[in-house]
Design a protein around this ligand. Structure first.
Ligand code: NAD
Length: 479
């Protein structure tokens, strides 16, 4: 139970963790370093036996973990945080290899997750009390049991620990399933957690596409917290229905950014570009459609193009601002948006329709000037560095255009007239609206999507309730 740094940790072997023990497997797979195309280390592919064993261990651990006082749980979580943070440099190296992110952004994610620990450690489990002459009604929030956390590859640490920490705080146990594309940091974090937490409280099983359904269908799991695509989210919800599991779905977005005519063009242009191209566009709440007032459309587009010319794309230690696309499947998907744009004859304000692929999955960013409303680039989420711009003149009409999407994750409004920006922002159908900033989710704010971007949400204060049942006691005063 020592939170100090243990020198025996190996950074080139990886295993699943079940009931506090490392577990290998007969079948293995390997991630790929997206900056070089080189295969990385082998990891075991978890099977039904691993899932059954982990669920059993999670249920056993739940008995005492859920009864451990919140203060004691917080102490454990703090020690886990300190232990994890003592390996920040090693984690950053690992993150650079598994995601290809520029080192400064890999480090930002590795260290930034401390904010998620700190935020949750400072929260109390909610409790509501109502009293009248005859009774007291107390609503407490009790843990659900074993949680399954199914995670994507774009922010493998934040989007994993963003589930683990609130689940543990509220008294649940959790089984983490990292994305097969980025298994390494998740497996290593759970391995480190075993130095601090009792067996079965946090477990990890990595695997292939068969593994997710084993979790969503398992009757011993009380809740699935899923972050990923809308298409998979629908499958997850359907699978969870058979056992009426609680489910939180954090899904894809098609975020609109509306630019008012009074903005400072030179200051706003780089922000718009980074809102779209942060993490090479592989962000659920990246800006995916930019609506610029017609009075400043040409000048803003020109300034965005000039800034984009300065954006370097490259490997983690090349001083680049943008890294590669994380995997080949996604690379081909993003390329299909370039091809469609070219085939349809839409205008590239910047960006090359044809880009030769080297060993890594690098794509130079592109801005598409005023494609039609029904184009693929407007209606679908590319999840890569390509973004369309369109002009607007009428406020009502642009609000309609922004809301004309099955997705409703995030949105931005930019303007010196804050009152007007907020008035527009209030009418945007999105879970998180940012005024004069690109999309920057924070642990202090509840995060969840409207429409097909999700069900429920996490973080903030109310996010804790996503890991709880409401337990309401009606105590009548003695007669
Ligand atoms: P994905 O849906 O392909 O995979 C997500 C996870 O689901 C992976 O761990 C995968 O192995 C697992 N999975 C696959 N099939 C499954 C099944 N049938 N049942 C259960 N699990 C299954 O998504 P991705 O490509 O990893 O991530 C990119 C997508 O995620 C984008 O659409 C992006 O917008 C979205 N995303 C959303 C958020 C958010 O918070 N709203 C955050 C990041 C990414």
């Amino acid at each position: 139970m020592s939170p100090s740094k243990v020198s025996t940790i190996s950074w080139d072997t990886f295993h699943n963790t079940v009931d506090g023990q490392p577990r290998g497997g007969k079948s293995k797979h390997q991630g790929v370093n997206p900056a070089t195309g080189e295969k990385l280390w082998e990891v075991p592919i978890g099977n039904q036996q691993d899932v059954d064993d982990a669920v059993q261990a999670g249920q056993k651990a739940f008995v005492s973990w859920s009864q451990t006082s919140v203060e004691k749980r917080k102490e454990h979580i703090q020690k886990f945080c300190d232990h994890y943070m003592s390996y920040a440099d090693e984690m950053t190296d690992l993150m650079c290899k598994e995601t290809g992110k520029p080192r400064q952004f890999a480090e930002f994610e590795v260290k930034g997750v401390k904010g998620f620990f700190d935020h949750h450690i400072n929260l109390d489990i909610p409790e509501d009390r109502m009293e009248d002459d005859e009774k007291v009604i107390t609503t407490r929030y009790t843990p659900l049991g074993v949680v399954g956390a199914i995670c994507p590859w774009n922010f493998p640490i934040i989007l994993s620990l963003g589930k683990v920490v609130p689940a543990l705080l509220t008294g649940n146990t959790i089984i983490l399933k990292p994305s097969p594309y980025t298994p390494y940091t998740g497996l290593k974090i759970v391995e480190l957690a075993q130095d601090i937490l009792p067996p079965g409280v946090v477990q990890a099983i990595g695997g292939d596409d068969k593994l997710g359904p084993m979790l969503t269908q398992h009757p011993g799991i009380g809740k699935i917290s899923f972050t990923g695509s809308i298409a998979t989210g629908k499958k997850v919800m359907a699978a969870c229905a058979s056992t009426l599991k609680r489910v939180t779905l954090e899904l894809g977005g098609n975020d609109a950014s509306i630019v008012l005519p009074d903005v400072d063009i030179q200051k706003t242009a780089p922000e718009l570009v980074m809102g779209a191209f942060q993490n090479s566009g592989q962000v659920c709440v990246a800006t995916k459609r930019i609506y610029i007032h017609e009075d400043i459309y040409d000048e803003m587009l020109k300034a965005m193009v000039e800034f984009t010319k300065t954006v370097k794309v490259g490997a983690p230690d090349s001083g680049a601002l943008l890294g590669p696309i994380q995997n080949e499947m996604q690379y081909e998907k993003v390329r299909s948006f370039f091809e469609d744009t070219k085939n349809q004859g839409y205008k590239f304000a910047i960006g090359e329709p044809e880009q030769a692929r080297g060993k890594g999955y690098f794509i130079q960013p592109a801005i598409i000037d005023n494609p039609p409303n029904d184009s693929k680039i407007i209606t679908e989420e590319p999840f890569g560095p390509i973004v369309p711009t369109q002009p607007w003149s009428d406020e009502e009409e642009v609000i309609k255009r922004a809301n004309n999407s099955n997705a409703g994750l995030g949105a931005c409004v930019w303007g010196k007239d804050i009152e007007r920006a907020e008035r527009i922002g209030k009418r945007l159908q999105a879970g998180s609206v940012f005024i004069n900033s690109w999309e920057k989710p924070t642990p202090q704010a509840f995060f969840g999507g409207h429409k097909e971007s999700g069900i429920g949400g996490e973080w903030g204060k109310d996010g804790l309730k996503a890991y709880c049942n409401a337990h309401v006691m009606h105590t009548y005063k003695s007669k």
